[in-house]
Design a protein. Sequence first.
Length: 252
Amino acid sequence: MTHNTPVALVTGANQGIGLQISRELASNGFTVLVGSRNLERGESAAEEVEGDARAIQLDVTDHLSITAAAQRIRSEFGRLDVLVNNAAISNTRWEPGMSIEEYARTILPSVVSFDEMRAVWETNVFGPLAVFQAMVPMLREAPHANIVNVSSGAGSLTMNSDSANSHRPMYTPVYAGSKTGLNAMTLAMAIELEEEGIKVNAVDPGFTRTNLNKYAGTSTVEEGAREAVRLALIGPDGPTGTFSSVNGQVPW
Ligand code: NAI
């Protein structure tokens, strides 16, 4: 049986930008699957969404969880039209009371812990690729499918190559490097799916007030979700293989 409204899966959607993306896709007529590592948290988040939103257990670092989610989507809905790879972590070792500068000194290339780097890349790079692999057979069957990878300007090689960029010292192998990795995955996915008409784009939400930055961000989640929602809703004539924010194209 095929569900009669389009279905969107948003990873890491129990809070922050992912929850806001879910709200907006639901208000645009999607059945939204609110991905959450913890099902109960996903269920409370889904209840906050007006429209058709349902929680789905999904840990992007756990292959069993990803496979189970794909099987559930296939058997319950028979379709998937939009995938938003939103889940991410910024670190695992930022101790309370540590300033961002202190933490940044612990993740310079000369001293970075491989465990820290692997944990962040597992969630931010391999996770989206693993979810993509599990979901792409259903996306290929959809009348028109879009994939949005929630990246960050922090991962821009071009911006970080500019010695005038004051955020440059934050370009380290952990979070920023992982977003460069996600950008590479985005382009590779877009190239593979170009002929099939499936659009794959990366977005930079901007510095948004969420748990990721201990609510230090300056934009609202509504602003942070806007570009991802725009690209989740583009039609067959929309772009693919782009990296953008609400302010336009972001250099790779
Ligand atoms: P957040 O911390 O509120 O949300 C991240 C979500 O990912 C949470 O729901 C968390 O539970 C989930 N998550 C973490 N590990 C997971 C895993 N293994 N499996 C499934 N879910 C997992 O932060 P925010 O800001 O809403 O982040 C959303 C996206 O926006 C992320 O990709 C982040 O890198 C990106 N971003 C955020 C910026 C900001 O200023 N807040 C700036 C640039 C990019």
